[in-house]
Design a protein around this ligand. Structure first.
Ligand code: C2E
Ligand code: CA
Ligand code: CA
Length: 461
């Protein structure tokens, strides 16, 4: 009897041990990223919450790969997955004691560095990780490379909750991606105001009635050869009931960060087309696209759909893109730009010369036009080198059969020098500031009157 009882008890203990083992296994699974084997989003966030709760100081870094999507698109998911595993292996090999490295999204990772590391030490750690991860990978006889940027924030000096720390590390990462690609940036508490403003803008965008609050101003593009305005660039404005008139670079960036950009672009483009429909057929419209717009196939198709439904000839519509907009996903961007051109629209490379590798993009992208950045134009009256550069770019565009626009021409002095270089188009305060649609229409009508007056004596003769 006693033996039977002992056996039953032992069986029960066995069953409990097994259940515990299974539970531990399930727990491990729930906390592990299935692809790479490192802690997943849930585990990373739990760890951060725990450290915050225990009031233990630590640094949190968000590490993001540049160009991963392109590799995934071009070489397929299997190569993409292999690359992600190799990235994790490189990070693990850094072997810094106490540091946790986890994957919280597609190509987004988090580093947790417990303890009170100095800023310099954390920066060094981040830079080492970036250096290791960005070395080329040999995968199936191919050499593949990804760029890496990282943003860090510190508990408790920069934030007192996981959400705040994430927000600040993400803000630092955004700065890194925008201005210091391939570097590790620590959140700067002096930027607290800037970030608060960005968050305020994001909130107002979320809550606003964008359909009524967003509108466009139009800035003329003047052809010195034809001595007339041939088109207008649409420039976004946002009159927020909460924040007042918000600068486009601020709210476009906020919309990109918070995932509202497609909605914003969609509304603006519809308004742009409605205005274009009221203009004479020889006037065109240039419209700015953000990087998020251009890397989204369905969205680009929806813009083309809008054009078709409007009945406006696509040849009157030009899309402006910047080098930074196409950089993160050059292959998709190229395909999308080709699709826009294939439908009859034009494509212009904006802010030419303000980036690092503008010339490379002339070769890589299907373009009709180049807009030379106003930072060059500003310098032309005082610098022969700048004048030579602008002249060289105009010459190059001509050879490549690209039209060339000089941006930001403000004074007669600048124009006198620039006119000699025979650019195709000029855009700047000298020929008109961004204006409301009615004023643009008035400008067009005045111009038509002037031109017909000029040509009528000839006709009569
Ligand atoms: P951008 O595309 O380079 O637009 C030209 C900017 O230069 C405009 O500023 C315009 O007002 C300004 N500008 C034009 N002529 C002169 C001049 O002679 N002197 C000076 N100092 N400035 C001049 P704005 O309207 O503030 O736009 C700033 C940027 O915001 C734009 O730069 C563009 O990158 C972005 N943006 C504007 N509208 C949109 C939009 O609808 N979508 C997207 N994605 N971005 C937009
Ligand atoms: Ca532009
Ligand atoms: Ca520009």
């Amino acid at each position: 009897m006693a033996t039977l009882l002992r056996k039953a008890i032992l069986r029960q203990i066995d069953a409990r041990l097994l259940a515990d083992k299974l539970a531990a296994g399930a727990q491990r699974l729930a906390n592990t990223d299935m692809l790479t084997g490192v802690p997943n989003r849930r585990a990373i966030f739990q760890k951060i919450d725990y450290l915050v709760e225990q009031r233990r100081p630590f640094w949190m870094g968000i590490v993001d790969l540049d160009g991963f999507k392109t590799i995934n698109d071009v070489y397929g998911h299997i190569i993409g997955d292999t690359l992600l595993c190799a990235v994790v292996e490189r990070a693990a090999n850094l072997n810094v004691e106490g540091v946790t490295f986890g994957r919280i999204g597609g190509d987004e990772f988090v580093i947790i560095v417990p303890g009170n590391f100095s800023e310099e030490k954390v920066r060094q750690l981040g830079d080492n990780a970036i250096k290791a991860i960005s070395l080329p990978y040999s995968i199936e006889l191919m050499e593949l490379a990804v760029g890496v940027s990282a943003g860090f924030s510190h508990f408790p000096s920069m934030g007192s909750s996981r959400a705040q720390l994430y927000e600040k590390a993400d803000f630092a990462l955004y700065k890194a991606k925008k201005h210091h690609r391939g570097q590790c940036i620590l959140f700067d508490t002096a930027e607290d105001d800037e970030m608060k403003q960005a968050i305020q803008i994001e909130r107002a965008l979320r809550e606003g009635d964008l359909e009524t609050e967003l509108f466009l101003l139009f800035q003329p593009q003047y052809s010195p050869g034809m001595q007339r305005v041939v088109g207008f660039e649409a420039l976004a404005r946002w009159q927020s009931p909460k924040l007042g008139l918000v600068r486009p670079d601020l709210f476009i960036r906020a919309a990109e960060r918070s995932g509202h950009i497609r909605k914003v672009t969609d509304i603006l483009f519809r308004k742009g087309l409605a205005t274009l429909a009221t203009w004479p057929l020889d006037i065109s419209l240039s419209f700015n696209l953000s990087g998020k717009d251009i890397s989204d196939r369905l969205f680009i198709l929806s813009l083309l759909g809008q054009i078709m439904r409007s009945g406006i000839s696509p040849s009157r519509i030009e899309f402006e893109i910047t080098e930074t907009a196409v950089m993160s996903d050059i292959n998709t961007s190229r395909t999308m730009l080709a699709a826009l051109r294939g439908s009859g629209c034009k494509v212009a490379l904006d802010d030419f010369g303000s980036g690092y590798s503008s010339f490379e993009y002339l070769d890589q992208l299907p373009l009709d036009k180049v807009k030379i950045d106003r930072s060059f134009i500003r310098k032309v009256p005082h610098s022969t080198t700048s004048k030579e550069i602008v002249s060289g770019i105009i010459g190059l565009c001509r050879k490549l059969d690209l039209r060339c626009v000089l941006e930001g021409v403000e004074t007669e002095d600048e124009m006198e020098i620039l006119a000699k270089l025979q650019p195709d188009l000029i855009q700047g305060y000298l020929y008109g500031r961004p204006m409301h649609a009615e004023d643009a229409m008035r400008m067009i009508l005045d111009q038509d009157t002037r031109l017909s007056e000029l040509s009528s004596p000839v006709k009569r003769g």
